[in-house]
Design a protein around this ligand. Sequence first.
Ligand SMILES: Nc1ncnc2c1ncn2[C@@H]1O[C@H](COP(=O)(O)OP(=O)(O)OP(=O)(O)O)[C@@H](O)[C@H]1O
Length: 448
Amino acid sequence: MPKILIIEDDTAFSQMLQKFLAKHLFDVTPSYNLKEAKAALDQDNFDLILSDVRLPEGDGVSFLSEIKEKHPQTQVILMTHFAEVKTAVKAMKRGAFDYIAKPFTPERMLEVITNALASDKVRDNIPVSLKRNNGNPLKRDASHLTGTSEASLRLQQYISLVAPTNMSVLLIGESGTGKEVTARSIHKSSSRKGNNFIAVDCGAIPKELTSSEFFGHVKGSFTGAIEDKVGFFEAANGGTLFLDEIGNLSYESQIQLLRAIQERKIKRVGSTGEIDVDVRILAATNEDLIEAVGQGNFREDLFHRLNEFTIELPSLKDRGEDLVLFANFFLEIANTELGKTVKGFSELVKQRMLQYHWPGNLRELKNVVKRGVLFTKGELIQENALPSTLHASNHSDEDQEFSKQKFEKELILRALKQTNFNKSEAAKLLKMTRKTLYNKIKRYQLKV
Ligand SMILES: Nc1ncnc2c1ncn2[C@@H]1O[C@H](COP(=O)(O)OP(=O)(O)OP(=O)(O)O)[C@@H](O)[C@H]1O
C-alpha cells in the first residue's frame, strides 16, 4: 500500500482527503504543520507527500527543497489555490512532481497521485516513441480509441463531418468524457494538422493576465514583462486554439476574445502593431452555457461564435459495450507506462466495472485501471486492487452520492470562505454558474 503524508493545516479538508485516499487503498498519515511533517518524515518513509503551498509557519515550496534533499525518492504534489499556479510551477522546477489547484475534483486528485507514484517506475521503461517529450510519457498526447457503441459511432461521425471545415465547435460533456481528446482528434483530421494545437485551461488564467496570455506582450509593457512574449493566438496561428472550461472566462476577457475572433487580428499588450491571425477555435464546457447566457454571465454573441457546431460527449455509462474496450486499451497503456505485463481483469473485476456508474467517466476508468496495474503482481487485476467505491458492499448509488455530496459540500464551503462569501467569485472558482451554486447552497442547507 503506497504511503502518503498529507501536510494541510485545514483540519476539515485534511480529514476529507484522508478518508477519500484511504478508500482508494492508500496508507495515509496526516500532519497539520511543518513540525509534525518533519517528525513524521524522520520516523517513516513515504512514497508521496501531498502538501498545501501555504502553511502557517512557512510555505510548502521552501520546505520542498529540504524534503527533496533528504528524501529524493519521495514524490511531492503541492496543493495550491487558484491564484498560486505560478508558485506551483516554480515549485515543479525545484523538484515537485506536480501541483493541483484547489478546488479540485476527487478524480483529478487520484490522477495526479497515480501518475506521481507511477513515475519512477516509468523512468526506466520509456518507449523510444515517447522520448521526444523530454522523456515524460505522462505529458504525451493521449492516443485515441473510437469505440463501437452507437453513441461512439455517432461521435466519430460528427468529428469526421466537422473536422475538415473551419467551423468553431463547442464540445459539451461531463468531466472526463474526452472533450480535449475529441478536440485534438478534430485538429488532427483537419488541414491545420501541420500547425500547432494549443490547449488553454481558461479556468487557470488569472484575470489580470488574460490579455497578455492570449495576445502576448512586449518587454516592459508592465511590471513582470521582462521579455517579449508570444500569446496563445499567435502560437496557434495556422492551427487550432482549444479553450477548455470556457465558462470560466471573466466578462472582460470574453469581450477581448470575441473581438480577436471576429477581427482575426490581435495586438500584443504594450504594442500598437496589429498582427493577423488565422486560428480555428474549439471550446469545451461542462456547465450549461445557455443558462450562463440567460443569467448574463456569458456573452450571447460569443456563445454563438463558439457554437457554430455542437458536439455532446456521451458519458461512459452511455457507451455500453465500449467500457470493456476502453478498459483493455487503458490496460495496455498502463502496462507500457509502468513496464508491466498484466494480462487482464478477473471475472469479478469485470463484473464490478460493468455495474459501476463511472461519474468520472473515461478519466476515472483510466485511473482505476492504471492503479489496478500498479497494485497487481499476478496476471489478472483482482478485486482487492480496485478502489472501495467499486466494491460490492459499496455499490448502492446512495453511498456514492453521499460521498460525492460530502466532498462537494466541503469544496463549496472552502470556495465561499476563500472568496469572503462572494457568491459570484465562489461560483467562478468552483467552475459552476451562480444559479447552480445557489441551488447547491440550498440543497446542502449551508448557512451562508
Ligand atoms: N477516445 C479516447 N480514447 C482514449 N482515451 C481517451 C479517449 N477519450 C478520453 N480519453 C482519456 O480520458 C481522460 C479524460 O479525457 P479528456 O481530458 O479529453 O476529458 P475532458 O472531457 O476534456 O475532461 P475535463 O472536462 O475534466 O477537462 C484522458 O486521460 C484521456 O486520455
